[in-house]
Design a protein around this ligand. Structure first.
Ligand code: G3H
Ligand code: 13P
Ligand code: ZN
Length: 322
C-alpha cells in the first residue's frame, strides 16, 4: 500500500486500546531498523522527520528511504510525518513534498496565535488529503528550534482543548502531562529513590489526560517526549567512553497505561539514539582496528530494530494489529 495518513490507524488504536509508535528517522539504518521491526510484528508505524533531520539528510533522501520501506513492507501501514513543524511554510513544504501528516507546533505561542497558524495549516493540509497534529501546553527541553527552559514548561489546560480543536480543525492533539524531550527529563532532586536505590521520577499527570479525554471523547491524543532512557544503554555508553550522568526517562509502565487510553501516538526518539550510540561505542571499543562503517552500523541497525520491537510489544501494544 502507499503511504497512509494516521486517520485509520488512530481510529483502530483508540478502539483497540493501544498506541502507534512514532519514531524519528535521520538515516537509512534507522528507517530499516524501525520498519523491519514493524513488518515482523505486523504493526502500523509512523516515521517522523524533524526539521533538523530534514536539514541533515535532506528531503529527497528521506523521501526515497521511506519509499523504499513502503516497497519492502507493502502490508504495513506507514505514515510519514513532520515532527514539530515550526512554521506554515515548513508544513507546506512537507505537504507538497509527499508527507501524509504534519505537526504544526505553535505551543510556545499565545493561545490565539497558536489557533490562527494551526488553522491555516489545517486548511492547506486538508485540501490535499494530509492530516495535522497540533500542540497545547509546553514540554521542557529542545523541540527542534523551540527551546523551553527548565521550569518554564506548562501542563495542558483541559479547559482550552475543546475550543482549540473546534476552531483549528486539527486531527490529533499533543498534550503536556509531564513528559519532556531528550535523555535528561528529570533532575535527580526531582526524583525519589526506590528500595533498590533507583531514581524514580514524578508520575505523569494522568488526571490531566483524563480531563482532556472527557472533553474530547474519541479524539486522538499524542504524547511527545516518551523515551524511557533504558539504564542498560546509559551504562553501556558510560562504560565505553561516554559521559551521561543522571540520564532519566519516563517509566515504561506509565507509557503502557497511556497507550491503553486516548493516547494513540507515542513519540520515541532518544531511546533509539541511545541504543545506536551504545552499540557503536561498544563495537568500536571491542574492535579497535575496524574502520568499515558497515561493521559498526550493522549491529547499530539491529539495536534499533530490537528497541522498536520492544516498544511495539511491551509499551505500545500495537503488534498484530494489521
Ligand atoms: O522532539 C524532537 C525529536 O527528538 C527530534 O530531534 O530535532 O534533534 O531531530 P532533532
Ligand atoms: P524523546 O526525546 O523522549 O524520545 O521524544 C521524542 C519526541 O517527542 C519527538 O517529537
Ligand atoms: Zn516531540
Amino acid at each position: 500500500m502507499p503511504l497512509v495518513t494516521t486517520t485509520e490507524m488512530f481510529k483502530k488504536a483508540y478502539d483497540g486500546g493501544y498506541a502507534v509508535g512514532a519514531f524519528n528517522v535521520n538515516n537509512m539504518e534507522i528507517v530499516q531498523g524501525i520498519t523491519e521491526a514493524a513488518g515482523e510484528l505486523r504493526s502500523p508505524v509512523i516515521l517522523q522527520v524533524s526539521n533538523g533531520a530534514r536539514n541533515y539528510a535532506r528531503h529527497a533522501y528521506l523521501m526515497k528511504l521511506v519509499e523504499a520501506a513502503v516497497i519492502e513492507y507493502p502490508d504495513v501501514p506507514i505514515a510519514l510525518h513532520l515532527d514539530h513543524g515550526s512554521s506554515f511554510e515548513l508544513c507546506k513544504s512537507c505537504i507538497d513534498g509527499g508527507f501524509t501528516s504534519v505537526m504544526i507546533d505553535m505551543s510556545s505561542k499565545p493561545f490565539e496565535e497558536n489557533i490562527e497558524i494551526t488553522r491555516q495549516v489545517v486548511e492547506y493540509a486538508h485540501a490535499r488529503g494530509v492530516v495535522v497534529e497540533a500542540e497545547l501546553g509546553t514540554l521542557e527541553g529542545v523541540e527542534d528550534e523551540v527551546v523551553v527552559e527548565s521550569g518554564q514548561a506548562s501542563y495542558t489546560r483541559p479547559e482550552e482543548v475543546e475550543e482549540f480543536v473546534t476552531r483549528t480543525g486539527c486531527d490529533s492533539l499533543a498534550i503536556a502531562i509531564g513528559t519532556s524531550h531528550g535523555a535528561y527529563k528529570f533532575r535527580p532532586e526531582q526524583c525519589t529513590r526506590n528500595e533498590k536505590g533507583i531514581l524514580v521520577p514524578p508520575p505523569l499527570r494522568f488526571d490531566v489526560l483524563e480531563e482532556v479525554t472527557k472533553r474530547l471523547p474519541g479524539f486522538p491524543i499524542v504524547l511527545h517526549g516518551s523515551s524511557s532512557v533504558p539504564q542498560e544503554f546509559v551504562q553501556m555508553i558510560n562504560q565505553y567512553g561516554g559521559d551521561m550522568p543522571d540520564a532519566i526517562g519516563i517509566p515504561e509502565e506509565q507509557l503502557r497505561q497511556a497507550a491503553r487510553s486516548a493516547v494513540c501516538k507515542i513519540n520515541i526518539d532518544s531511546d533509539i539514539r541511545l541504543a545506536m550510540t551504545a552499540t557503536v561505542r561498544k563495537y568500536l571499543a571491542e574492535n579497535p582496528s575496524h574502520f568499515d562503517p558497515r561493521q559498526y552500523l550493522k549491529p547499530a541497525r539491529q539495536a534499533v530494530k530490537e528497541m522498536v520491537a520492544h516498544k511495539i510489544v511491551d509499551v505500545l501494544g500495537s503488534d498484530n494489529t494489521i
